[in-house]
Design a protein around this ligand. Structure first.
Ligand code: PLP
Length: 351
């Protein structure tokens, strides 16, 4: 296609900047499985500091970071609690069962964050009939809830409820930097009451590959063992960590612009007759659009012909994600293409 494409499918679509590529080319490296890569070590130190934990570990993906955390926290037959649309449960290939033999009990929460009372009510009694409740997983921002955030007080109240009953707390912080920017606080404040957290470097922060998993020094030592067992031990990974360092240093300051563009897109879409958008619920860089009377495919095919890419997020829902590679013009192009979409509205869709 000759015109530039505005790609709203995911913030994973960000390409490494020229500065990242230069840093990658110049990175000092060693074998990280042998503990000899200085660039990985620098990234892990900075990540631990920014997340307010003793130590951090660099992993190939956010999925592996979450699943390593679950594997270290839970034994086979244990039960973890999470919201029903959580990434760990919904989008990680069944790995909680597959890799850890742990079972999941899901909670329902419209904005992605259950209440402390829901958590307390779901914890099992100490009885040999029951699995052992072991872990609460929170996701901040919550992807499927449309990038909604919970502030530090709410996160603490949830963690306190879990800890009171002897559970551990893990935060899937794939977009924790977005949450911190939206709330005007630090990432460390949001996860201060949690035992462990992840952070994706490869989404809005712009690195090509990689996530961090942070916690106590003892936890991180166990996580390093699990990462190796899961096949995530990388050798001269400083080539990737060099880009991750720039993502951590420079990425967060760019997120406010993504959030402002998400607001503009949500407001523009909310004015269209075929779209339902809760513009007030657009807290960060994700805009969820409900399509009561059209199929996602009909909209997505139309948008693609106008050089705009988005993705379905359910049978009647499309997701637009803002990130550093979509500028103001991209948002305008998307809105113009959406205004030109003239679906035949019908009450029941045959497909
Ligand atoms: C993207 C994402 C992850 C991890 O994804 P990877 O593609 O494995 O890096 C985890 N949790 C949430 C909420 C995500 O959006």
């Amino acid at each position: 296609m000759s015109q530039p494409i505005a790609d709203f499918r995911s913030d994973t679509m960000t390409r490494p900047t020229p500065a990242m590529r230069a840093a990658m080319a110049a990175a000092e490296v060693g074998d990280d499985v042998w503990g000899e890569d200085p660039t990985v070590q620098a990234l892990e130190r900075l990540g631990a500091e920014m997340l307010g934990k003793e130590a951090a570990l660099f992993l190939p993906s956010g999925t592996m970071a979450n699943q390593v955390a679950i594997h270290v926290h839970c034994r086979p037959g244990d039960e973890l609690l999470c919201e029903e649309r959580s990434h760990v449960f919904f989008y990680e290939g069944g790995s909680i069962a597959r890799l850890s033999g742990t079972q999941t009990r899901t909670l329902v929460a419209a904005d992605g964050f259950p209440s402390p009372a829901q958590v307390l009510a779901a914890v099992r009694a100490d009885d040999p009939h029951f699995p052992r409740s072991r872990l609460l997983v929170l996701e901040n921002t919550h992807n499927m809830a449309g990038g909604r955030v919970a502030d530090a007080a709410r996160m603490r109240a949830l963690a306190d409820a879990a800890h009171e009953r002897g559970l551990l707390v893990h935060v899937d912080g794939a977009r924790l930097a977005n949450a911190a920017v939206a709330l005007g606080c630090t990432m460390a404040e949001l996860v201060a009451a949690a035992d462990t957290t992840t952070l994706c470097l490869s989404k809005g922060l712009g690195a090509p590959v990689g996530s961090l998993l942070a916690g106590s020094a003892a936890f991180t030592a166990e996580a390093r063992r699990a990462r190796k067992a899961f096949g995530g031990g990388m050798r001269q990974a400083g080539v990737l960590a060099a880009a991750g360092l720039l993502a951590l240093r420079d990425g967060p300051t760019l997120l406010a612009a993504d959030h402002a563009r998400a607001q503009r897109l949500a407001a523009g879409l909310a004015a269209l007759p075929w779209a339902r958008v809760d513009a007030a619920a657009t807290a960060t860089n994700i805009v969820m659009v409900d399509l009561p009377n059209v199929t996602p495919t009909s909209l997505l095919v139309h948008l693609k012909s106008h050089g705009v890419l988005a993705a379905a997020a359910g049978p009647q829902r499309v997701r637009f994600v803002l990130h550093r590679d979509v500028d103001d013009q991209g948002v305008e192009r998307c809105l113009a293409a959406c205004r030109a979409f003239a679906p035949r509205l019908h009450a029941t869709d045959p497909t």
